[in-house]
Design a protein around this ligand. Structure first.
Ligand SMILES: *Cc1c(COP(=O)(O)O)cnc(C)c1O
Length: 396
């Protein structure tokens, strides 16, 4: 008989009843170091006093009013995101897939409103992940996710990641824009080369295309910059955010430059929940922390520390781990043995991580993680690796 909770996930048999900082606790008192952060989402960790206070206070004032009225919390949040980014205007929604859908609509609308309605196609990349709605399945382009869900939504062309010549070849008279993750998350923590991102910017300028970035996972401080594209010294025209934006409260956002945003006039797009007072209070509280002086530099410093320690793990356990990749606190270990075995060993050692494509184990801890907590995690990874090391190679 089917479970009342629809069985669309392979869940670990663990239920957490409480969290504190980087730690999660089960009802029977076991604790785990959370280097998954609910898939790079609990950016301030668990039970963060400032975030909890902001949500509690807002819930006691007003939670939801709809977008029929002004929402001062949303106006403030949008102004802060505009001030901290390339963007001139922001649309709030409720999830990553929804943000990407809106981003695609904005790209298409920009072309339609500038006399180029035939340009609607978007270049995406192999290994991408953009979400699970019908159009985002098409943008993701993963045959496994598409199977059984009917005709694929039209308008997405896939080319190899980090291959600028393939991008040039894919541009045609119907191309409207490009959507890229600066670091592919679900695809296996695969960073775009910075030069590749700069070339995408150049190509979009050259051809009048809209450059879209999916920073749902890489954004909001995850890599030690507020947005990962800052490492390349360029900016997109439109960008999607979600995951860490409200520290675990469901929220998405689309940030756009004026030449794109100005076509989204009243009635062109909408949502009931998006940008409601409660979600915006949560996101404003996250911004209070992330934009505080020195916070992002701290993320970068802790990320470097974790990188060093994990590099040593790869060097010491070459039969388990092939490679370390990523940036800041968005790191992945590519495994030589099935990553599920590695993850089970990590779990046994008390560490939560997340799987990713290309047989990668992903480490995306809360941004408030300390160097000492990273050292604890690395000790657990070493303990797991020793356990996994085949006896034959240990004897050699
Ligand atoms: C998680 C993710 C999405 C989808 O977000 P949902 O909130 O699950 O819809 C899209 N793009 C990237 C890069 C993501 O990491």
């Amino acid at each position: 008989m089917i479970a009342p909770l629809m069985p669309t996930y392979n869940r670990a048999d663990l239920a957490f009843v409480r969290g504190e900082g980087v730690w999660l606790y089960t009802a029977d008192g076991r604790r785990f170091l959370d280097f998954g952060a609910g898939i790079a989402t609990s950016s301030l960790g668990h039970n963060h006093p400032h975030l909890v206070a902001a949500i509690s206070a807002q819930a006691g004032r007003v939670m939801h009013v709809s977008n029929l009225y002004r929402v001062p919390e949303a106006e403030r949040l949008a102004a802060r995101l505009v001030a901290a980014s390339f963007a001139d205007s922001v649309f709030f929604c409720n999830s990553g897939a929804e943000a990407n859908e809106g981003m695609v609509k904005m790209i298409r609308k920009t072309m339609a409103e500038t006399g180029q309605p035939e340009r609607f196609r978007i270049i995406c990349f192999e290994g991408a992940f953009h979400g699970r709605t019908l159009a985002m399945l098409a943008a993701t382009g993963n045959a496994k996710y598409l199977a059984g869900f009917g005709p694929c939504v039209q308008g997405f062309d896939h080319v190899p990641f980090n291959d600028i010549e393939a991008v040039r070849r894919a541009i045609g008279p119907e191309t409207a824009g490009i959507i890229v993750e600066p670091i592919q998350g679900e695809g296996g923590i695969r960073p775009a080369r910075l030069e590749f991102l700069r070339m995408l910017r150049e190509i979009c300028d050259e051809h009048g295309l809209v450059l879209g970035m999916d920073e749902i996972q890489s954004g909001m401080g995850r890599t030690g910059k507020l947005f990962a594209h800052e490492w390349a010294g360029i900016a997109p025209d439109v960008m999607s955010l979600a995951k860490g934006i409200a520290g675990g409260f469901p929220m998405g956002a689309i940030l756009a430059r004026e030449w794109v945003a100005k076509h989204m006039t009243a009635g062109t797009h909408g949502t009931t929940f998006g940008g409601n007072p409660l979600a915006c209070a949560a996101a404003n509280a996250v911004l209070d922390v992330v934009l505080a002086s020195g916070f992002l530099a701290g993320v970068e410093r802790i990320g470097d520390h974790l990188w060093e320690a994990l590099s040593a793990v790869v060097a010491d356990f070459p039969e388990i781990f092939e490679e370390l990749r990523g940036a800041g606190l968005m790191l992945g270990l590519k495994c030589r043995i099935p990553q599920a075995e590695v993850q089970q060993a990590l779990l046994n050692a008390g560490l939560l991580a997340v799987n990713a494509g290309e047989n990668v184990v992903r480490f995306v801890p809360p941004l408030i993680v300390s160097a000492a907590e990273c050292d604890q995690a690395v000790a657990m990874i070493r303990a797991a690796a020793r356990h996994l090391t085949p006896a034959s190679s240990a004897a050699a």
